[in-house]
Design a protein around this ligand. Sequence first.
Ligand SMILES: [Zn+2]
Ligand SMILES: [Zn+2]
Length: 326
Amino acid sequence: MTMYSIWESIVGFYEPTLEIVSLWALGLPLFVTVIAVMFILSQKWQGPLTIRTLANAAFPKEQYDHASSRVDMWNGIILLLLGFPLVGVIAINGIAIADNVGAYFNTAFGARDPVITSTWLLVAVQFLVYFMSVDFVGYWVHRWCHTNAHLWHLHKPHHTAETLTPWTLFRQHPIEFFGLNIIPAVVGGAFTGLVLYATGSQVHPGMVAAVTTTAYIAFFVIDVFSHVHMPISYGWLNRIVLAPVMHNLHHSMEPHHWDKNNAVILTLWDWMFGTLYLPKKGETWRWGCNEDEYGANNPHKTLKGFYFDPFVTLWRHLRDGKSPNP
Ligand SMILES: [Zn+2]
Ligand SMILES: [Zn+2]
């Protein structure tokens, strides 16, 4: 292997990450500013409306300067550099799994005649099944992380955030990050494989393009957006798709908000399965895990605590048979 081809394969591996990083660098300031303007207009802003007041509303110093935000940002940089190339491979493998499952059923039960002849309908069906099943499984895995006392140790670092900025999306323990991406992709791939068999079709290239594009849109517009500090609501659409106010509430430390709004993209699942919480008019809350692990007592206020505390508490839980978490 020549030096050139080694370099080419490294660049190839990082290509999706570089795309995300460049979108991130260019898009983030613009994105948050647009949101700040929307929010200010919706709040009937009082006081001077200048570049400075807008910038303060979009990037409040007390949020970005906070120890919690610094953990989010550094872990985010590490995940972008190390995690995303692997997650990109996993997402592509989800589609490859669909292909293999479809082929397996064809061999086991004999190929079926094509049921759908229209190309756009075929792409739509394959894409919808893949997207909906990945998101559906994502909802249940997230919900399970809240209800299973052992898994909670690994999801808890996301909830010890005391500030919200777009970087908080990346406040995920590395073990959780891979689990949350691998399980939905594998199950979504398997479901899509069944649909491929049932419709007598193969993965359409248009479906691959649709999944990739939607992954970017979903990632930027919905998941990044759901971590802005402003409680932006989509009105009646809050029951269908995740608005910032809904995920803001998921980060609330008030006990009556715990385990609510577990959606990754579609709040439809929360609505269907009884975990939807629509904030009341004027309702406010603080972000954090609980009163006992807040501020100076936050176990994840440094990167070291963020990475190692979950292993320590999980180990104690397995050893003693009861959770050390309050
Ligand atoms: Zn959660
Ligand atoms: Zn979050």
